[in-house]
Design a protein. Structure first.
Length: 145
């Protein structure tokens, strides 16, 4: 369930608002104006993720980080690359470094279709079959109900 928070965050403002209907708009607005830490006057990290296809204030990217921070499970995660390009054969995705789990997380967003939602809901972690994988590299696979 831990990594499901990454999947939810990948949808950006849409899911953030759904999961935070009372405070979501205010937090998203503040995040978009000030960065994900929510304070314009604070010393923000000098690290900014490489983004592709976001708006000039990186609103969608900031909301992904806000969603991860607000999840209650994920701390000390930094987004290093994010693409919002959504076209044929091009799905939005992001790459993050999860310092607590000591892992690199690649999150590829679905299309919000029923099949994608079901796949995310019943995904099982599996070892990725590549040379050099000692069993710690995982992906998720649709499992039949």
């Amino acid at each position: 369930m831990y990594y499901c928070n990454y999947a939810i965050a990948s949808y950006g403002p849409l899911f953030y608002y759904i999961y935070n209907p009372l405070t979501g708009v205010c937090k998203m607005t503040q995040s978009c104006m000030c960065g994900h830490n929510g304070c314009c006057l604070s010393n923000q990290s000098s690290h900014y993720p490489l983004t592709y296809g976001d708006h000039c204030f990186n609103c969608k990217t900031n909301v992904v980080q806000l969603s991860l921070d607000d999840s209650g499970y994920i701390q000390d995660t930094e987004i290093v690359y994010i693409s919002w390009n959504n076209d044929v054969y091009q799905q939005p995705f992001f790459v993050a470094i999860d310092h607590n789990k000591r892992s690199v997380v690649l999150t590829i967003r679905g299309t919000l279709s029923e099949l994608d939602a079901l796949t995310d809901a019943v995904a099982s972690p599996i070892s990725i079959p590549v040379e050099g994988n000692d069993g710690t590299w995982k992906g998720h696979k649709f499992r039949e109900l």
